[in-house]
Structure formats: C-alpha cells, structure tokens
Design a protein around this ligand. Structure first.
Ligand code: AMP
Length: 415
C-alpha cells in the first residue's frame, strides 16, 4: 500500500472547514489592507533561493528539494514565499507602479525537515509583501495586519515579539561583538552552534538547547549596535505600534531563519508554556530586490503557517462554521421510483438547488439516516404511489413532519 510521503498529509473533507474558514479571513483581511493576490510557480531556479535565503541557513544547507529536470535545468521547490514574489515584482516591472506594491499569496512550501507536530515537509503559508517603501509606518501597518489576522481568526493568548537587526552598515560591527562574546564560551555551545559560530553567528541566538539559550540571554543585543538611521527607524516603529495599541514586546534574541532580513523582525507566538513554535513571522528585507538585480528597493513582509494555525484553533477550541451542504436529499422506494428520483435530482440541481440522493436501493430507514448524517434540511420521498399520482412526500428533517405535494410544485416549495 502506498502512503503519503513522510512529512506530508492529505487534507480530508472533515478538515476542509478549517481551511475555508482561514481562506475567507485572509481574503477579507487583504481587502481591508489593500493587498492583491499573486500566485508564483511551485518551483524556481535554484539560484533564486541560494542568492536570497542565504547559503549559510538551514533552509539552503539542509532543507531544499532541488532537482534537475529533463532539460538539465536546476530547479527547487519553493522553500519560502518571499523570493518568488520579489522575482515576479522585477520580472513584470511592478516597480513602475505607485509604491508600495502590496501582494499576498497562499502557497505550498517545501522543506526537508524532521517531521513533528506543526513541522512538515510540505506545508502551506499565507504571506504578504509590501514592496517599495522604507517608512516605519509601513512596518507598523504590516505588523498590525498580522496581529489583526490572528484576532479575526478568534485566536487568543498570543504574544507579539519585535526586534531590529540593523542594516548592512551597522550589522558587521554587531556580528563581530557577537563572535567575540561566543568565542569565550565555545565549550558551552552545542556542536551545531560551534559550527555556526564562524559562518552565521546570528543563528546562535535562537538555538533551542538550554545551555545555548542561557548564553544567548547574556549575549550582546543588536539594538545596542544600531546606526543612527536604524535606531531612529526602530524608535519610530515602536511609537507607531504604541499608537495602534499593539501589545508588542522587544525580544533582543529574536532573529529569523533567513539571511535577507534587515532592521525590523517580528514574530507572533502562542503564549502557552513550552510553545516555541511561531505561528508567523516577518520583517524587512531592504537589500533583497537589489540582490536580485533591481534598483535599491526597501520592502517587508510576513508569513504564517496554515497547519500551525489549525493546530492552535483546535487547541483553543475555536468554533468553526460548518461548510454548506446540499439542503435536499432524495429518497426512493422501489425500481419504478428510481427513474423519477434520478430525473428529479438533476432538475433540482439545474434550478440551483443542492441535492444529495440515495444511489442504490436501501431501506427507507437507511436512506433517512443517510439524509440526517449529510445534514439535509429536507428529504423528498418517492414511492410507487407517488409515481402513480405524480406527487412526492416532502419531509422536514428538523420537525420530522411530512406532507404530500404535486411534483410540479416541488421546486417552488423548496425555493
Ligand atoms: P518561515 O518561512 O520559516 O518564517 O515560517 C513562517 C511560518 O510558517 C512559521 O511561523 C510557521 O507557522 C510556518 N512553518 C515554517 N516551517 C514549517 C514547517 N516545516 N511545517 C509547518 N509549518 C511551518
């Protein structure tokens, strides 16, 4: 027997109500904040991700699904959503539009990870990008939108964490300080962090091993090394967030798993004790578009994992509206009635009335049970006598009351 590949899952009908619920919130939210949808291909030239995500990151080092196609092209299933959007922004000349250009996506993301709850090899992200402006008011808007998204989903007990990681002018000095600090403590670091120290010291700050966490707590903080422009940007952002009553907390250890971030980074996390998995995160990437060959173009964005949102909706017992089902069920008794049932089902659907039907002969009791389990509001029953009289029995499934009506009147009655 084949099974879904490790780290992937089928989204079965009983799960779909969650997905439609979230879809609807996304569409409403993006309309409120003026974001338009973009869909990029599921794979891109491998170089796009090497260039932007950073060669020293877990994603590039260990997690990309990279392959050569039959034409010899080196391609990668997208391990994140921002680089493809920026590639499309440049490819289609969106920099000629009034800036910022605001785009959102819902896309499958592929990462070769060690599967566990909330961590899969294929997952879906809702993400959005605001490209072409460096004003901290835009950062505040992007963060506000993320926060309002979770509120609109009825998720609670979340925290909003914020940091600034500086720019290419001020970051090198900070990285030197960080390396110096950790070099005095290499014995206390885990083996992964020892290896990361030279190549990507920022990553040491979010290692989950207890001994590394302790060290990270006393490590130098990027916000103490910001240049005057980054410092002003961060201060203005905090002022805007306070103006918007957003309950943010500055977390000097917050860094993200992709190298392209500059200045603002933020995450939304469940407050539950031990919950270390971010529901979503984002930040500025002011150099990324230039890195891809465009003019210097400041930008920022956010992405949230949909499976993780669903896990939290379930944990918090958030009620989800059921998906609409056909309102009418057609039951029949005897072969003669079957032709009538087949014809009637089609006629009602053509008139825009959703219908489920009993396909092969079961007892009436079994058919009514089926109607109940499908949540039908009405069952239309056709027996031999009804065929002879050109009538049907209409049963109200909530009250169990039945009445006989002429067949030609049924459609109007149901409408
Ligand atoms: P990232 O692109 O790493 O910033 O991730 C953005 C969000 O996607 C995270 O906050 C998670 O909610 C979700 N996410 C990231 N990786 C995975 C994964 N392997 N499985 C499920 N969700 C994920």
């Amino acid at each position: 027997m084949y099974r879904a590949p490790r780290g992937t899952s089928d989204i079965l009908p009983q799960e779909q109500a969650y997905w439609r619920y979230i879809d609807k919130k996304i569409v409403d939210l993006c309309q409120l904040y003026g974001y338009e949808r973009i869909d990029a291909p599921a794979f891109e030239d491998t170089g796009l991700f090497l260039r932007t995500v950073g060669e020293e990151t877990d994603i590039v080092e260990k997690q990309m699904y990279t392959f050569k196609d039959r034409g010899g092209n080196k391609l990668t299933l997208r391990p994140e959503g921002t680089a493809p959007v920026c590639r499309a922004y440049l490819e289609h000349g969106l920099h000629n539009l009034p800036q910022p250009v605001k785009l959102y996506y819902i896309a499958s993301i592929f990462r070769y990870e060690r599967p566990q709850a909330g961590r899969y090899r294929q997952h879906y992200q809702f993400g959005y990008e605001a490209i072409g402006d460096d004003d901290p008011a835009l950062d505040a808007e992007v963060i506000d939108m993320a926060w309002q998204f979770f509120l609109s989903l009825n998720l609670h007990h979340l925290s909003l964490q914020l940091n600034s990681t500086g720019c290419k002018k001020c970051r090198p000095r900070y990285l030197t300080e960080l390396k110096d600090y950790y070099s005095d403590h290499t014995q206390e670091l885990c083996s992964d962090c020892r290896a990361r120290l030279k190549r990507n010291p920022l990553r040491l700050l979010d290692c989950k091993k207890p001994s590394c966490q302790q060290l990270a707590n006393s490590a130098p903080k990027s916000i103490d090394y910001l240049c005057p422009q980054c410092d002003e940007h961060f201060n203005r952002l905090k002022r805007y967030l306070s103006l918007l009553d957003l309950p943010f907390a500055v977390n000097p250890r917050l860094v993200r798993g992709l190298d392209y971030y500059t200045r603002t980074v933020f995450e939304v996390q469940p407050e539950a004790e031990g919950a270390q998995s971010a529901l979503g995160g984002g930040g500025r990437y002011d150099d990324l578009i230039e890195e891809l060959g465009g003019k210097p173009t400041p930008a920022l964005g956010f992405a949230a994992g949909i499976e993780r949102i669903i896990l939290n909706l379930k944990q918090q017992g958030v009620p989800i509206p059921p998906l609409p089902q056909p309102q009418v069920f057609i039951a029949y008794i005897g072969d003669q009635a079957r032709d009538g049932a087949v014809k009637l089902a089609s006629a009602l659907r053509r008139a825009g009335i959703g219908v489920s039907e009993a396909i092969s002969g079961k007892s009436l009791k079994a058919q009514l049970r089926q109607a109940n389990s499908l949540g039908a509001r009405y069952t239309v029953i056709i027996g031999e006598q009804e065929v002879t009289n050109n009538t049907v029995i209409l049963r109200d499934m909530t009250t169990a009351q039945q009445k006989t009506i002429p067949l030609p009147q049924l459609e109007r009655e149901l409408q």
